[in-house]
Design a binder for this molecule. Structure first.
Ligand code: C5P
Length: 244
């Protein structure tokens, strides 16, 4: 997995125009952008190729979870589109994860770098009380579920997992350096959490061993998004160099 952690800006907008306005400002400052459900449904596949032409790496975060055959087809389409990373839900199980890997191989063209497939463990908006199978959940139980899912993902040859800052070090220790870790719910110290439950700072995520840090509203809704993206980059860089 990549040695230098990357900042991924989540373009969570309801239309292509707003996404492009921000993307143009972020060119040369950020190399990864995330296209999620809202923007993808509003703007469609042409947005992906336009963002690619602008030089961005694309993280297509549609979090596939369906029967294996359907997920295989979806991942095949994502690969054909040329995205650099996409997500599936690990709770979809081993057969669905295997089908995702098959889908990727199916449409990969010679010389194409395969998109990274990352598995969502538990959404970072969920807290210990939100595990519907265990209403008396605790942070430890939540951690256990997340680490167990990450171990499975590693075993099933999935490239990486999506988890909150609280679970990074547990997953790193259990799964070793090869499994990628992507962490949303990142906030500079004292920033607003919004609807996120399990948040951490860029420095905490880097020190614990995350490879990709996803930041949405703190940058997209900032008065000065460029300045804010630079602040996140700076915080990440500082923690990274202090760590080596
Ligand atoms: O605005 P904020 O920084 O909270 O955005 C976080 C982004 O990360 C959103 O685009 C959200 O969909 C995504 N995400 C998440 N939790 C996950 C997976 C992805 O918050 N488990």
């Amino acid at each position: 997995m990549t040695n230098t952690p990357a900042l991924v800006v989540a373009l969570d907008f309801p239309n292509a125009q707003s996404a492009f306005t921000l993307a143009r400002q972020l060119q040369g400052i950020v190399s990864w952008v995330k296209v999620g459900l809202e923007l993808y449904l509003a703007a469609g596949p042409s947005l992906i190729s336009q963002l690619k032409d602008m030089g961005f790496h694309i993280f297509l975060d549609l979090k596939f979870m369906d029967i294996p055959n359907t997920v295989q087809g979806a991942v095949a389409q994502g690969t054909a589109m040329g995205v650099d990373m996409l997500t599936i839900h690990l709770l979809g199980g081993q057969k669905m994860c295997a089908a995702a890997l098959e889908g990727r191989a199916q449409t990969l063209t010679p010389g194409q770098i395969p998109p990274l497939i990352f598995g969502v463990t538990l959404l970072t908006s969920l807290g210990p009380q939100d595990l519907i199978w265990d209403p008396h959940g605790s942070p430890e139980k939540l951690q256990h579920v997340t680490v167990t899912l990450a171990q499975k993902a590693h075993h099933w040859n999935i490239d990486g997992v999506v988890c909150s800052g609280a679970e990074i070090s547990g997953i790193r220790q259990t799964c070793g350096p090869d499994l990628g870790i992507l962490t949303p719910g990142i906030r500079l110290p004292h920033a607003d959490k919004g609807d996120q439950c399990r948040v951490c700072t860029p420095a905490q995520a880097i020190r614990a061993g995350s490879n990709f840090l996803v930041v949405g509203r703190p940058i997209t809704r900032a008065t000065n998004p460029v300045r804010m993206a630079q602040d996140y980059n700076q915080a990440m860089y500082q923690a990274f160099v202090e760590d080596i």
